[in-house]
Design a protein around this ligand. Structure first.
Ligand code: PLP
Length: 387
């Protein structure tokens, strides 16, 4: 029996894996201590659990445990990375480079930096969603202190040429920050192989709890320093004060360990189902895969269905299928996705786009059901259009 609506919005958030919940539970009741309490066993138990979780999250990124700073999620981690670098290095330079298709947690933080006297270059992307490496290198100036490019895009699944960007950043002595939220645990991410100096992650995209994330901050070659954005008890090496969310962190650790364990088998399983979905829906005609030629995450596809506006399509489908469109409702009207617009899509194509993101609990049966439902919805809408 299918559980309706079928959930195909795993890039927005994922359900907690029951094994994650099980790992967390004792830390609400039995082991409830404050990880900063040094004088009794309750504190030591909590600290031990956080230590274990830190090792798991570090493992997800190929980092050292001492390079992980726990936060309340990736929005906070993105803010800390960008504002923290600007605060620490602004006497060296005030210029940042980022890309038009970044998540709002990065773009809006960059806009904030501009208000604080920073200068930000927003690089365009090509039709496949890639940033141009020549343009990126050309944008670097003596005042450049940070390059911020996400690993994989949340709307399209497009994976940027991260290793090449890391090489360029290193060559010019500029720090490289990557939002690895959608990539970590889904494809292999290794901060050393990829030349990343700072990276953000969040638990709720990898079957962990909401409200807990982390920032990887490189300790060697170079040693990265950040200006704290929260002042207080000096937790997390003074970079992020605040009592640690021990159950959340334990859940994050468990989620990271499971994601790493499953990565090799999940990747082909999801890719096969994603490809099946694409192939079937392309047969409707008038359907395009956004970023078709790009290196993409295995579980994501972003499709435009011509003459089928996605908001209306979803309205008809949402009892049966949980999906997302890139468009955002801004007060009275629907704004097309800025990510798709940056890739050169027309308003019409962008407003006709749907994102399908499969996950650990997606079954073949669910994929078949979604194909059937979406195909029917598109045909119905087009029938209306052509009258
Ligand atoms: N960065 C990317 C690429 C995301 O997809 C998200 C989640 O939507 C975030 C950052 C924000 O993460 P959080 O929900 O943990 O604040």
């Amino acid at each position: 029996m299918l559980q309706l609506p079928v959930y195909m919005d795993n890039n927005a958030t994922t359900p907690c894996d029951p094994r994650v919940v099980e790992a967390m539970l004792p830390y609400f009741t039995r082991y409830f201590g404050n990880a900063a309490s040094r004088t009794h066993a309750y504190g030591w138990q909590a600290e031990e659990a956080v230590k274990w979780a830190r090792e798991q999250v570090a493992g997800l990124l190929g980092a050292e445990p001492g390079e992980i700073i726990f936060t309340s999620g990736a929005t906070e981690a993105d803010n800390l990375a960008i504002k923290g670098v600007f605060g620490m290095y602004k006497s060296k330079g005030n210029h940042l480079i980022t890309v038009a298709t970044e998540h709002k947690a990065v773009l809006d933080t960059c806009a904030h930096i501009e208000k604080e006297g920073g200068e930000v270059t927003y690089l365009p992307v090509n039709a496949e969603g890639f940033v141009d490496l020549t343009a990126l290198e050309a944008a670097i100036k003596p005042s450049t202190i940070l390059i911020a490019v996400m690993y994989a895009n949340n709307e399209t699944g497009i994976v940027q040429p991260i290793k090449e960007i890391g090489t360029i950043a290193k060559k010019h002595g500029v720090l490289f920050f990557s939002d690895t939220v959608q990539a970590a645990g889904k494809i292999p991410v290794d901060v050393n192989r990829d030349g990343i100096d700072i990276a953000s992650v969040t638990a709720h995209k990898i079957y962990g709890p909401k409200g807990v994330g982390a920032l990887y901050v490189r300790r060697k070659n170079p040693r990265v320093k950040l200006t704290p954005q929260l002042d207080g008890g000096g937790h997390e090496k003074g970079i992020r004060s605040g009592t640690l969310n021990v159950p959340g962190i334990v859940g994050f650790g468990k989620a990271a360990a499971l994601a790493l364990e499953d990565l090799a088998t999940e990747r082909p399983r999801l890719e096969k189902m994603r490809n099946k979905l694409e192939k079937a829906l392309l047969q409707l005609g008038g359907v395009q895969i956004n970023g078709a030629g790009a290196n993409r995450l295995p579980h994501v596809t972003n499709l435009s269905f011509m003459h089928a506006e996605s908001e209306r399509l979803m309205m008809g489908l949402n009892k049966n299928v949980a999906l997302s469109s890139g468009s955002a409702c801004t007060s009275a009207f629907l704004a097309p996705s800025y990510v798709l617009k940056a890739m050169g899509l027309t308003d019409e194509a962008a407003l006709a786009s749907l994102r399908f993101s499969l996950g650990r609990f997606t079954t073949e049966e669910e994929v078949d059901y979604v194909i059937e439902q979406v195909a029917r919805g598109v045909r119905d809408m087009r029938g209306v259009v052509s009258i």
